[in-house]
Every structure is written in C-alpha cells, then in structure tokens.
Design a protein around this ligand. Structure first.
Ligand SMILES: NC(=O)c1ccc[n+]([C@@H]2O[C@H](COP(=O)([O-])OP(=O)(O)OC[C@H]3O[C@@H](n4cnc5c(N)ncnc54)[C@H](OP(=O)(O)O)[C@@H]3O)[C@@H](O)[C@H]2O)c1
Length: 357
C-alpha cells in the first residue's frame, strides 16, 4: 500500500489543464449563504468556464439579492414566510449542484434538504457536527445516487499534490514524525459562529481538518488519538493538541487554536529528510525540502484566485462523469475524520446541541 491515504487530485498534477478551462456540460450552481466564505468561493466559482451562477439563498432576501447582483446570479431566495431561503433554492429545478457555506451547525439540515431535492452537494467543513449526522447524509446520497463532498479544498491544490508525489517517491524516506498547526487570535465576539456551541464553535471543528490533511496524506488514518485542550466557559475548545499514533511507530502532532497566533506550518519528517510548507498549510505557496543534510531546496507554486478553483473543478468533473464522490475527498474520509473528532471531543469534554438532537 502507498504510504499516503489521499489520492492525488487529477486536476492538480503536473501537466493538468487549467482548472478554469472548459470541460463540457455547464453546471448550474446554487450557493447557500452570503457569508464570508460564500463570497470568497463564489469569486473563484465565477472564474470557471463551466460554472453557471444560477441561484443564491440567504436568510435575508436583501442580502441574497445583493449577493446575486454582485456575482451575477440569475435568481436569489430569502426566507419567505415559513419557508427558508435555502429550502426555496432546493425547490428550483434549474439547480444542479449546491454549495453549502452556512456555519457547521446548519450543514446537516441544509445538506439533507439538498439531497432530498435531488441536488449534488459540496458542503463546507466541518461537514457536520458529528459522525452520526455525516453517516445519515452519506446514506442518503448513496441511496439517491448523488454526488456528495466535504469542501476540503487543500486536498486539491497543486502544492499539496506535489508533496504527496515527493513522499510517494521516497524522497523523505520512511515518514515517522509530523507536526502541523493552524491558529489565530479570534476576536472575542459572542455573536461569532467561532464561539457559538450551536454553530459547532471551537478550534477543533473549525481548523484541525487542515493539519489533519498533512497527517492523512503522509501516513493515513491513525491507530490511536489522544487529545488535550482548553475550553471556555461555554464548553467550546479555544485550543487543542491531538497526538495521532501509528502502529508503525510514527506520530503526528496536530494543534489548532483560536487564542494563539500560530505559524500555520506543516513539517513532515522522514528517515532521509524533511519537508516544510511555506505560507499557511491550508494553501501552501512553497514546499521547502531538505534531504541528506544538504541545503534546503524550495519549490514555489502559483495561486489561482483564492485557491478554490481546483476543488470546484473536481466537483465539476465528478458530476459530469456521474461519480457520486471524489476519489481525492471520498465520503469515507469525511466519516473517519468525524469519528476521529468525536473521539477527540469526548476526551476534551466538548458537546454540542446537535449531539443531543
Ligand atoms: N474552506 C474555507 O477556506 C473556509 C474558510 C472559512 C470558513 N469555512 C467554513 O464555511 C462555513 C461558514 O463560515 P463563514 O466564515 O463564512 O461564516 P460566516 O461569515 O459567519 O457566514 C455564515 C453564513 O451562514 C448563513 N447562516 C445560515 N444560518 C445561520 C445561522 N443560524 N447562524 C449564522 N449564520 C447562518 C449566514 O448567511 P445569510 O445571512 O446569508 O443567511 C451567514 O452569513 C463554516 O462551516 C466554516 O468552517 C471554510
């Protein structure tokens, strides 16, 4: 078996065509939410030749209309009487694929509505609050033959795909030790989703998927996990450290924080050398490779848009080819990740309202 568990993204390998170029049948997109990441990802979606910006929904009709006007969507839906804006978007027969960018606490209900309406789904991380919710969505998508993917865009970047190639080629030797962190000092805003238990607030669900990507790509899923962290008065984790153990004797130490300004780097160490990300580990602009105690060598990568085009290209490819999941970000990886996070949360003592739903 190859030493990593993440299948390299076809759209990001050497010689792959631009993710923006036309591939065939256009896809009509519906975007749920007008929040921060919805704006960033939609900016990249608009760059793709095959993307038709069809509909956007929001809790507010005004917000949906302003977003539609800004990005060029044909239609917008806000909450109307007893019907949520996102529900109205699901009832639009023109929408092929839905991108969900609400807080994590709402992902389950919106994705379930999309799948019931026969839409393909790209859903932001954290995919759901827990593995039970994710399993229900996975079963529903499988039953209906619909595409479903968690939006872990980092897996589709050329820099990250190149790292897997180097590891696969044995450049670093046997991988034995990984350190990866992501964190920032989040404003103490009680209205922010970052701190809200109902939204799935906390550093683990918000950030750890990115450091984890480096462990999964280098060593696969671990054989054990131990977690320590600090909770605030609402029981939300403000920072945490996970140690992943592997039967091979390898370890990965992952940390995420809302109270520390962190470098946001991954270091992959093997028996022959190490690789370090330059820029943030969720969107590296560089890989610095040091082997056999020689001088470090740096590879640099150009960014397209805000970095989401490769992920969006993969969704387009999969839907066009009738795939129900992406080999690079399969639903099974999302389920295993959420089981790992459930385990870590029980060690940290973090529970959310969705856990009791
Ligand atoms: N892939 C990435 O790089 C990346 C980066 C940041 C965040 N994310 C993920 O994207 C999701 C959204 O994050 P964000 O930073 O965009 O959050 P945000 O700025 O707070 O926006 C979330 C939006 O969701 C909508 N919403 C629907 N129900 C809501 C509710 N009950 N409470 C609050 N908002 C609600 C709101 O839009 P309307 O007012 O239009 O309804 C709100 O503006 C999170 O799951 C996060 O983890 C991903």
């Amino acid at each position: 078996m190859k030493p990593h568990r993440i299948v390299p993204a076809p759209c990001a390998g050497a010689g792959a065509p631009s993710p923006l170029s036309a591939t065939g049948r256009p896809l009509k997109w519906g975007v749920v939410s007008t929040g921060r990441i919805a704006q960033k990802v939609t900016g990249d979606l608009a760059l793709l030749e095959d993307a038709v910006l069809h509909a956007v929904s929001s809790r507010s009709s005004d917000s949906a209309a302003a977003f539609a006007a800004r990005f060029g969507f044909s239609t917008s839906y806000g909450d109307d009487g007893g019907t949520a804006g996102y529900q109205r978007l699901m009832e639009d027969p023109e929408v092929d694929v839905v991108y969900i960018a609400t807080p994590h606490g709402q992902h389950f209900e919106v994705a379930r509505a999309a799948l019931h309406a026969g839409k393909h789904v790209l859903c932001e991380k954290s995919f759901t609050i827990n593995a039970a919710e994710a399993q229900e969505l996975a079963d529903l998508a499988a039953e209906r033959g619909l595409f479903l993917m968690e939006a872990v865009w980092t897996r589709f970047l050329p820099s990250v795909t190149r790292a897997w190639d180097l590891i696969d080629a044995g450049v670093l030797g046997e991988i034995r030790w990984i350190q990866a962190d992501l964190g920032f000092t989040a404003p103490q805003d009680p209205t922010s989703r970052l701190w809200d238990p109902a939204a799935g607030g906390g550093a683990l669900l918000d950030l750890t998927v990115y450091p984890l990507t480096w462990a999964l790509g280098s060593l696969g899923f671990p054989d054990s996990v131990s977690a320590v962290g600090t909770l605030n008065d609402d029981g939300v984790d403000v920072q945490n450290v996970l140690t992943l153990g592997y039967d091979s004797g390898a370890f990965a130490q992952l940390s995420s924080s809302f109270v520390s300004s962190c470098p946001g780097q991954a270091t992959i160490s093997g028996s022959k050398g190490w690789l370090r990300t330059g820029g943030k580990l969720n969107n590296p602009s560089e890989l610095v490779i040091t082997v056999d105690q020689e001088e470090p060598r740096t590879e640099r990568f150009e960014q397209i848009g805000a970095g989401y085009a490769h992920e969006l290209r993969e969704v387009t490819r999969c839907v066009q080819e009738g795939l129900t999941e992406s080999p690079t970000m399969p639903v099974g990886d999302t389920l295993r990740t959420l089981r790992l996070f459930d385990d870590a949360r029980s060690q940290l003592g973090v529970r959310y309202p969705n856990d009791d739903a």
